[in-house]
Design a protein around this ligand. Structure first.
Ligand code: 5GP
Ligand code: ZN
Length: 113
């Protein structure tokens, strides 16, 4: 997708702090984090939402998310990690490229919104 922000991040046209990459998955720090370590995990193949993403990409994304969640746990020792994913403007999706939020709950931090 030519103009999709996340496709442009994958192509390196927009800078990001990359935390993980494999053949089908890319992960980077959220530009406006809810908490320290807030990470976005996305498929390299553009898909707008849960209805469009290929099952094999969804599977790879979840396996990669587990690896990243382990790394976040080792790095930040959070009390927990919220996994969030929105589909459609009506529920607050802003970027129309499927993405999985990993939001650590850091010890002593205020509750997540
Ligand atoms: P949504 O509400 O669609 O689930 O969340 C989109 C997320 O993408 C937001 O948390 C927002 O901060 C993040 N985001 C939007 N544009 C950029 C960007 O250019 N770079 C990065 N790293 N994150 C972005
Ligand atoms: Zn895209």
């Amino acid at each position: 997708m030519e103009d999709c922000i996340f496709c442009r991040i994958i192509r390196g046209e927009i800078p990001s702090i990359k935390v993980y990459e494999d053949e089908s998955v890319f992960a980077f720090m959220d530009i406006n984090p809810i908490s320290t370590g807030h990470t976005l995990v996305i498929p390299k193949a553009h898909a707008g939402n849960i209805w469009e993403i290929a099952s094999e990409d969804l599977s790879a994304l979840h396996i990669a998310s587990k690896t990243i969640a382990h790394a976040l746990k080792r790095a930040l020792d959070p009390d927990g990690i919220a996994c969030l994913q929105l589909n459609g403007e009506a529920v607050g999706q802003v970027v129309m490229h499927y993405h999985f939020h990993l939001v650590p709950r850091i010890k002593g931090a205020p509750p997540l919104p």
